[in-house]
Design a protein around this ligand. Structure first.
Ligand code: SAM
Length: 287
């Protein structure tokens, strides 16, 4: 039996031993290069008291790199029972209680329920559920010290997009309102087995500590949904259904009615959401 993480078998061998042929339905594109998974683990910049939650460990490439880090514990959530069995069989005996593996669907598990703070999420996400998972975690962003996540590059660009760019949209506003977001590095398709059709990117999100006077996430979702739902239309048209008099409303918010969704900063969206929540009344508006 391997006595340390360095002595574990190569991932290609693990795949053969445990018959872990990749399943497309589970978004399985595995990383075999431990130098790359170590680079991702280092980019997560984890603290020694941090309990790390990994979503979708698969055969364990990133898992092994995370276990090499100075962290308190790693809990991995995996839907594929084959991978759960493999990790329990070949990694757990080497690291003991530092690794916990939960068999389950990450869409139905709140990582904040797994352990107390400080917690961080690190994952090479299955592409088919990556965005809903992120949106779910953002609902309770301050539960985490950080989230270091692999997305398809196009989604990573949307998360980190600047105002006025083509990629700027609902996800940019939501993520950048709640977190500092940075695209750390790209990973070519050739790094994965099987290789996907697209390039991937690692994004690091560090939740912000925001004041108490924030609008509800739901309100931001409504406002950005309306604005970007008709992104080519001027705000006086796209936001028309929000209030009885949209022109007066936008004027009171100090926002030009002829602008389009992609011209508004995160602060503008917060202003609109707060005005909407306050129950727009121009005589009482006080920004
Ligand atoms: N971390 C591994 C790596 O980097 O090689 C595997 C990454 S692979 C892109 C995504 C992993 O997420 C797969 O192991 C897959 O079985 C798992 N997965 C897919 N959907 C899941 C879900 N809803 N909940 C938990 N794990 C899931």
């Amino acid at each position: 039996m391997a006595e340390s993480l360095e002595n574990l078998p190569p991932l290609r061998e693990v795949i053969q031993t445990y018959d872990l042929g990749a399943k497309k339905s589970l978004g399985q594109n595995f990383l075999f290069d431990l130098n790359l998974t170590r680079k991702i683990a280092r980019a997560a910049n984890l603290g020694p008291n941090t309990h790390v939650i990994e979503i979708g460990p698969g055969p364990g490439g990133l898992t092994r790199a995370l276990l090499e880090q100075d962290i308190i514990k790693l809990t991995a959530v995996e839907r594929d029972q084959r991978c759960v069995n493999a990790l329990n069989d070949y990694v757990k005996p080497v690291v003991g209680d530092k690794l916990e593996i939960i068999e389950g669907d990450a869409l139905e598990i709140d990582p904040a329920d797994i352990t107390k703070a400080p917690r961080a999420i690190v994952a090479n996400l299955p592409y088919n559920v990556a965005t809903p998972l992120l949106i779910g975690w953002l609902q309770n962003a301050t539960a985490y010290e950080s989230m270091t996540l692999m997305f398809q590059k196009e989604v990573a660009m949307r998360i980190t997009a600047e105002v006025g760019t083509k990629a700027y949209g609902r996800l940019s506003v939501l993520a950048q309102w709640l977190c500092e977001c940075s695209r750390v590095f790209d990973v070519p398709a050739s790094a994965f087995t099987p290789p996907p059709k697209i390039t991937s990117s690692i994004v690091r999100l560090v939740p912000k500590v925001l004041g108490d006077d924030q609008p509800a996430i739901k309100t931001i979702e409504i406002v950005t949904g309306l604005a970007f739902g008709q992104r080519r239309k001027m705000l006086r048209q796209s936001l028309k259904s929000m209030v009885p008099d949209i022109q007066e409303f936008l004027k009171a918010c100090g926002i030009e009615e002829t602008l389009r969704a992609d011209a508004l900063s995160v602060d503008h969206y917060i202003k609109i959401a707060k005005a909407y929540e306050a129950g727009f009344n121009s005589s009482e508006m006080n920004f």
